[in-house]
Design a protein around this ligand. Structure first.
Ligand code: EPU
Length: 417
């Protein structure tokens, strides 16, 4: 398996282009299942999770052509309603085919995704929503089987705002008979992006981006051309890198509107953040000030930035309290950061991070995407060399991360085995 070797201590500066958003691209590529004909998507990031999505779709009989970051998807040949274990175990977001398959083929059989390193990650709310739309749900032999001759609009209340749950039910409801109202829906920009694509296809969705989404079912949808929004978590990772290294980084093709909570916290650390349309400049402070952070659903501080921000706090001046409220096991990076000299104490879902003057390079690894990204960031400021193992996780969600950091002046390389 590849490793990434980082030589710490270099101040990063320059421009970095932000790729398309993984978590917007996944549901949008999958939404093609709702149409006959060729959908064309631009700015699709080149990631392992996107490859997994293509495999998932081609298993269902869908034709896919890729040219760089443009992906064409033709679901005219959709002839299979089963997403097998071997595909789903590679990417839990595969559960997103459940809603569209029931809407299009009246049935679906999808392997249960199970938990992952960051938590148990149940899908009960996806299933409850689909049942409310009139589907029968059976779970047997590790698979969920859902079926409905006709989906019927319904009022659905999510007792927890779930991102992929909202997306799954939205994709089922667009072809349902009647009106569906989703309450306590997730409000992430990726939901707005998916709703935008579905409306472009001819759906009638109102309220995406708020906690109440109203979907008037339509008879059929047509294919579209669309461009994937910028990845706010990739953007955030580079913003933290600028603050961390006392650098000066300009993000190009980003969407600053999606980064409000992080911008606010970075400014409190002393970083200077300047916005100019779709570009955003971050200048790191001379002394990083400690700031407390609590993860929240959007528009709060994203759980997907918690590990990276913790690295910044680990060399800040003072003590920071970081609370993780979304996933029950999202402090995987802490033990590795401690091996690099960080002073962090965990109590339940709270980490107390006492800033230390410097970290020291070490061989490290993590079993989660964002935790792995945080270890690269730690390597950028650590004394000496850091070897990040299990790069597999990084490749799921960051396009050419070592090339982008090299372009900013980092001394970082990938070594294949
Ligand atoms: N939850 C339930 N029941 C459900 C669904 C969710 O209890 O049926 C709970 C979860 O256990 C969690 C909370 O609801 O405590 C929120 O989870 P959510 O469903 O919103 O997470 P997700 O849709 O599985 C997406 C992203 C994650 C991101 C979270 C939170 C995608 C493909 N994944 O996951 O991204 O962390 O929302 O913002 O959109 C990543 O990119 O590294 C990543 C993990």
């Amino acid at each position: 398996m590849d490793k990434i070797i980082v030589e710490g201590g270099y101040r990063l500066s320059g421009d970095v282009r932000i790729s398309g958003a993984k978590n917007a691209a996944l549901p949008i590529l999958i939404s093609s299942l709702l149409t006959d004909g060729i959908n064309t998507y631009a700015n699709v990031p080149q990631l392992r999770d996107i490859d997994s999505t293509k495999l998932l779709l081609s298993n269902l009989g869908v034709r896919i052509e890729t040219d760089g970051d443009t992906v064409c998807i033709d679901a005219g040949g959709l002839n299979n309603y089963e997403a097998p274990y071997d595909v789903v175990r590679k990417m839990r977001a595969s559960i997103l085919v459940l809603g569209p398959l029931v809407a299009r083929l009246k049935k679906a059989k999808v392997s249960l995704p199970g938990g992952c390193a960051i938590g148990a990650r149940p899908i009960n709310l996806h299933l409850k929503g689909l049942a409310r739309l009139g589907a029968t749900i059976e779970i047997a032999h590790g698979y969920v089987e859902a079926a409905a001759d006709e989906l019927k609009g319904a009022e659905i209340y999510f007792n927890i705002a779930t991102v992929t749950g909202t997306e799954n039910i939205m994709m089922a409801a667009v072809l349902a008979n009647g009106t569906t109202v989703l309450r306590n829906a997730a409000r992430e920009p990726e939901i707005v992006a998916l709703a935008g694509v579905l409306n472009q296809m001819g759906a009638d969705i109102q309220g995406a981006g708020t906690s109440v989404i109203t979907i008037n079912g339509v008879a059929s949808l047509k294919p579209v051309s669309n461009t994937i929004i910028p990845d706010r978590i990739e953007a955030g990772t580079f913003m933290v890198a600028a603050a961390l290294t006392g650098g000066n980084i300009t993000l190009v093709d980003a969407d600053p509107d999606h980064l409000g909570a992080l911008i606010d916290k970075l400014r409190l650390t002393g970083a200077k953040v300047t916005i100019d349309g779709k570009s955003l400049n971050v200048q790191g402070p001379d002394r990083i000030t400690s700031v407390d952070v609590t993860t929240q659903p959007y528009p709060g501080f994203p759980t997907d930035m918690q590990a990276q921000f913790m690295v910044l706090m680990s060399i800040a001046n003072g003590t920071s309290v970081i609370s993780e409220t979304i996933f029950e096991n999202r402090f995987i990076h802490v033990s590795e950061l401690k091996r690099m000299g960080a002073d962090i104490i965990i109590s339940g879902n709270t980490a107390m991070v006492k800033g230390v003057p410097t970290l020291s390079g070490a061989p490290v690894m993590a079993t989660d995407l964002r935790a792995s990204a945080s270890l690269i960031l730690a390597g950028l400021v650590a004394e000496g060399q850091t070897e990040v193992n299990r790069v597999y996780h990084l490749d799921r969600g960051y396009q050419s991360i070592e090339k982008k950091f090299t372009g900013l002046g980092a001394v970082i390389k990938r070594i294949g085995n």
